[in-house]
Design a protein around this ligand. Structure first.
Ligand SMILES: [Zn+2]
Length: 467
């Protein structure tokens, strides 16, 4: 395996990735809090880490990939009470929407996808360890806190100083049972009317951070290779995950990777703005494969400034690549293989440098189109295969049957056969000067969204692009 170099948020540098167990990679990525419909900022994270996973698999690693579902927290309870539905009705609805969005965008399902509320036992076990070793305390009101002053290290990921941590939380320190205002809740005492689970320290529900430490431990063990999530999770969420896990004696994540945001006018998408950028809405404008291409094309550590114009231009660029691949398949009489070019591998091994990878695709496209002009089947085959290999890593392979609306290889061949049969009927009708019949066939195909183009090699069909 050639060396893979990845950025580590903890060291703020790119370094060679070496897994704990040779040949295997364990990844934990913080998933969604399921309290609203997914917008493109949410799925960008899913796509970025899916590209990492696909590249690791292609590089020969066996990958265990965990992405959790946060199905209990303040926002969920607020919204459920506002909508007057039980919290689990709300979370199931949005969890399904997230799953559908990921699947529609060809994000591979996680190896395991644990829900917070399914792992209360593991959270209680972790709290017991932390209380037994003196890292955490239960003041007796049902809350449990981690005592941050006792940590060997804290805030290393965000590079903050503990004394600078003066937040809104300090203001209610007087009314809480915290020993220090910077201590954070592992567990929150039950409030009237809220869901709760019994623990040795009183009934309550988990603080947000505890679930990820408990579930990473349950599925990946005390130490694992890569922890991922959005940039906004570095503090407090990931700092507090590290604090809990290290205080319990776990080695925890060996490397931290964070994807940047989708921005609008340079700002992280807010919820109100985000509503116009719901995945469902954007998919009325472009196909899923085109949205995936758009979101996956930027480097995962670069902000992606959203605009309709950029989305449209990206979709047009993708259609050019897709058009070449389909034309190549016709000329070759088979779907091109998926091969990784050396240049694309170099780009991906350099901290998943997708923009550099795109330059290799552009060069393949240029040479492949030249091959079509020159009727050079070897050049067409080589370049089409290398493009397909790269698109597979980006999750944008037009021959991938996971894209609903895209056509799978078998289906394309079947359609090709059926359409050619119609075209032969049309040609026969013309030969016998039965223009009514030949027009009826052409119009029938047009009504189905099939465009016929007469070329020197005979008629070609394609699916009419929606304007
Ligand atoms: Zn998390």
């Amino acid at each position: 395996m050639p060396a893979l170099n990845l950025y580590d948020t903890a060291t703020r540098s790119v370094s060679q990735f070496t897994p704990i167990k040779p040949g295997e990679v364990s990844i934990y990525v913080c998933g969604a809090t399921v309290q609203a419909s997914p917008h493109i900022g949410h799925v960008r994270s899913g796509i970025n880490f899916d590209i990492l996973r696909r590249w690791l698999i292609k590089s020969g690693y066996q990958v265990t990939f965990i992405r959790n579902v946060t199905d209990i927290d303040d926002k969920i309870l607020d919204k459920a009470s506002h909508e007057d539905v039980p919290w689990w009705v709300l979370t199931m609805k949005y969890e399904r929407e997230f799953s559908a969005a990921y699947a529609g965008l060809n994000v591979m399902p996680p190896t395991y996808e644990p829900r917070a509320t399914g792992h209360i036992t593991q959270m209680i076990e972790l709290m017991q360890i932390l209380i037994d070793n003196g890292s955490a305390y239960a003041p007796g009101n049902g809350d449990v806190y981690l005592e941050v002053r006792k940590l060997k290290r804290y805030l290393t990921l965000s590079g903050q100083r503990i004394d600078d941590l003066l937040t809104a939380a300090d203001l209610d320190a007087a009314t809480s049972q915290k020993r220090d205002p910077r201590d954070f809740a592992l567990w929150k005492a039950a409030k009237p009317g809220e869901p709760s689970w019994p623990t040795p320290w009183g009934a309550g529900r988990p603080g947000w951070h505890l679930e990820c430490s408990a579930m990473a431990h349950a599925y990946l063990g005390e130490r694992f290779d890569i922890h991922g999530g959005g940039l906004d999770l570095i503090f407090p969420h990931h700092e507090n995950e590290i604090a809990q896990s290290e205080a319990a004696g776990f080695g925890f994540a060996q490397r931290w990777m964070h994807n940047a945001w989708v921005t609008q006018s340079g700002e992280k998408m807010s919820k109100s703005l985000g509503n116009s950028l719901l995945v469902e809405k954007i998919l009325q404008r472009v196909r899923p494969i085109e949205l995936r291409w758009y979101l996956g094309c930027a480097h995962y550590r670069s902000m992606l400034e959203y605009s309709e114009q950029a989305l449209d231009e990206s979709a047009i660029a993708f259609r050019r690549i897709e058009g070449f691949l389909k034309r190549a398949a016709e000329l070759l009489g088979k779907t091109p293989e998926a091969l990784i070019s050396d240049a694309f591998a170099v780009a991906m091994n350099d901290d998943l440098a997708v923009p550099a990878g795109l330059a290799t695709i552009a060069e393949n496209l240029r040479l492949g189109n030249q091959g079509i002009t020159d009727a050079d089947l070897a050049a067409i085959s080589k370049n089409a295969s290398q493009i397909r290999g790269a698109l597979e890593i980006l999750g944008c392979d037009p021959f991938d049957s996971n894209f609903a609306g895209s056509t799978s290889d078998d289906l394309t061949q079947l359609m090709d056969g059926v359409i050619k049969l119609s075209l032969a009927e049309r040609a026969a009708a013309r030969d016998r000067k039965d223009f009514a019949a030949s027009d009826a066939i052409r119009d029938g195909l047009a009504a189905l969204g099939i465009t016929i183009e007469d070329t020197a090699q005979g008629p070609r069909w394609s699916i009419t692009e929606k304007s």
